[in-house]
Write a protein that binds this ligand. Structure first.
Ligand code: FE
Ligand code: FE
Length: 231
């Protein structure tokens, strides 16, 4: 389909954005080595009977977790609004499914905090606040029931997913380096779900939403033909 091909460039970022994740996957071996080193260091501390002090790198991990905990909770509030504003059933369903996943992401983070013997704590994430504001702007600046709105919402949602992919990719890596294997597993589960959501959004944009948005201002009969073509 010609139109679909023409419009894919907008969402290609989504696919190339996978570069954000390799921290988690490609450096796995290196980090296992670092893990062993760090683990033996911790064991020495325990044997010496010293109270285990939080290192600056451990504090960085905690700060990252507080940031993304705030972000995930913020998304639990934002996703229903995005689903409600969506024009197509496919996009609405994608947002609703991701809302359920996001609620699990919050729970996983709470588990991660408890594995570290910490209470779950959040710290305002300025980036996620800004990205959600952008999505709200898209809703305000596009017509209800239009495909252009869905195209804009998908782009906003993919910016959110990419932020999360970068964060969880880093969290996996940092957790492995610090020897927190169980935490790394939790973060990796979430990372995979964020990547799958990103991919699902790309498919919706490329196969349906973008081609239809491109034809939206064409005369009605041309648009109807286009709708049949992508159906
Ligand atoms: Fe998430
Ligand atoms: Fe997400």
């Amino acid at each position: 389909m010609k139109t679909a091909t023409k419009k894919t460039s907008t969402n290609k970022n989504a696919t190339t954005g996978r570069q954000a994740a390799p921290q988690a996957s490609t450096n796995g071996k290196q980090s296992k080595a670092a893990f062993t080193k760090s683990q033996s260091r911790n064991e020495e501390d325990t044997t010496a009977g010293k109270e285990k002090q939080e290192t600056r790198f451990e504090k960085l991990l905690l700060d990252l977790m507080k940031d993304i905990y705030w972000a995930e909770e913020h998304l639990v509030e934002a996703l229903p609004k995005m689903a409600e504003a969506a024009t197509t059933a496919e996009l609405q369903e994608a947002f609703e499914d991701h809302l359920h996943q996001t609620q699990r992401h919050v729970k996983r983070l709470e588990k991660a905090f408890s594995l570290l013997g910490k209470k779950a704590e959040s710290k305002k994430c300025a980036a996620m606040e800004g990205l959600v504001k952008e999505a709200e702007e898209v809703i305000k600046s596009t017509d209800e029931g239009s495909m252009t709105r869905d195209a804009g919402l998908i782009i906003s949602a993919q910016k959110v997913e990419h932020y999360e992919i970068a964060t969880y990719g880093s969290l996996v890596q940092v957790a492995l380096t610090l020897g927190h294997d169980e935490l790394a597993d939790l973060f990796e589960k979430t990372l995979n779900e964020e990547e799958r959501t990103d991919h699902r959004l790309t498919v919706i944009a490329e196969s349906e939403v973008n081609p239809l948005a491109d034809q939206e201002d064409e005369p009605e009969e041309v648009y109807a033909e286009m709708e049949e073509e992508v159906a």
